[in-house]
Design a protein around this ligand. Structure first.
Ligand code: FES
Length: 134
């Protein structure tokens, strides 16, 4: 690949808590390696924000190997981004263009109800995990 790094503009949804009003904030990254994963790019953003004395962007992840599904982000309006069948942590920046603006939002999901078998609830997973198992 001719250009080995990307200049990017990121529009990131920021919200202090579930009760707080959120808004998009825009950040610029000057040199994102094309071989970096999307989460590695988010790490670069957070390093930049911390260096500027700002709050880093909180996002979920665990394995970073495409196994657990924790890296749920909406990227440019699509779950896990533009690469079909690819988790966010396995999405690489070579799928984006130099100078592109990328919008990053929390995962969108409707509450799920299930009366039998699977433990689907209306609670966020973090609240569900706090419940006692009978
Ligand atoms: S962090 Fe586990 S699938 Fe992405």
């Amino acid at each position: 690949m001719e250009n080995q790094s990307l200049r990017l503009k990121l529009r990131v949804w920021r919200q202090a808590s579930s009760q707080a009003k959120g808004a998009f904030e825009t950040y610029e990254l000057a040199a994102v390696p094309v071989h970096a994963s999307f989460l590695e790019m988010m790490d670069l953003l957070n390093e930049q924000l911390i260096g500027e004395g700002k709050e880093p962007v909180a996002f979920d992840h665990d394995c970073r190997e495409g196994i657990c599904g924790m890296c749920s982000l909406y990227i440019n309006g699509r779950a896990h981004g533009p690469q079909r069948g690819t988790t966010t942590c396995q999405l690489h920046m070579r799928h984006f263009q130099d100078g592109e603006t990328i919008t990053v939002e929390p995962f969108r999901q409707r509450p799920s109800r299930c009366s039998k078998t699977l433990p689907l609830t209306d609670l966020p997973l973090t609240e569900y995990n706090k419940q006692e198992v009978m």
